[in-house]
Design a protein around this ligand. Sequence first.
Ligand code: GLA
Length: 406
Amino acid sequence: MNPPAGIPPRPTADTADIVSAFTATFRREPSVVWSAPGRVNLIGEHVDYNGGPVLPFAIQHRCYLAAAPTGERTVTVRSAQFPADTTTADIADLRAAGDSPARRAGWGSYVLGVIWALGQVGVYVPGVDVLVDSSVPVGAGLSSSAALECAAVGAFCDLADADIEGPQRAVIAQRAENDFVGVPCGLMDQMASTCATAGHALLYDTYNHHKEQIPLNVSDDGYEFLIVDTGAAHGLVDGEYARRRTACEQAARLLGVKSLRLVADLGPQQSAHLITAITDTTLRHRARHVVTEIHRVHQAADALKHGDWPRLGTLMTASHNSLRDDFEVSSPQLDTAVQTLLNAGALGARLTGAGFGGSVVALIATTQTQTAAHAITTTFKNARYTTPTTTTAIPSQGAHRQTPHT
Ligand code: GLA
């Protein structure tokens, strides 16, 4: 969630690029290439660690990862984005780390973490050379780290000849991030990056693990999902994220339940009533966001299935307001982007991902996109904010092996 920011994304990365870069770097061809996408979350923010449902889709920006065994114990990880930066490790040390490895920072540790996490489920990756090339913007709240982890899990399973299904691969990727890198993220990003399908949003229930692919046919009606990357660094994210998580756990304990999801299941009225029993204002507001957000996800999934775009838009904006006021994870740039998009005619807009910076997703008529993008650029310029980037999100395929011509 917090790799080094500031490297502009490459607009595309593909198999031919990474094969030739790998060959130039390591003087031989890779034996396997995988890619995995970033994601945007339509709705269901900060609920994945509370047993709630989420509704993300995979985007067109992908992380490509090429690898070949070395025949020795060394792991070497390099990146086209950070050419001066090489991460190395000894396979034996990763194995010897047991189930509580020393935390390691830096982008390369996400790859080492995957080797470690695979070892924890009995999949032993050999010494390996790895090259990564990603077009997922870093620090934009679009899950560049999940894309890296999920591409790594796929490639390393191939090298170790392990046949592991998508959802379990996502859990292994999350374990790498939680226990090796030390970021207490939920499972949403890895599930989206691994299990999303092109043209669909993934409704994933983190409580009962139910998955449903919902067609995203907004373009049939002249709409699109626009992503505005505010370009604002979200330096606070890790500590604040952990604090939000702890607050939710405390609120659940006060209400005598294992997770706030169980409160939401009581329905809007009863859960709202129950939450008033939390006397601590901050905890009450955190819980109120989680519970109302879970209700909004159910309604949004329904709106999506019925092509009710105005309703979906209204729910997205309500989600943003709740994240801003009750969960307090927004920022001036995110609020400005949301308001500017709404003023420009978007049906709805909200911050996506952890917050504190990063991106906004909006549902907007394709005919209004240009005007909206222009309004965002002007408003940000006048406010002396970093120049934002605007992209139309294309619902894309989850992680997969690349064949030579893809
Ligand atoms: C980050 C985490 C996810 C999720 C979101 C907030 O992206 O990695 O697990 O908690 O924040 O919804």
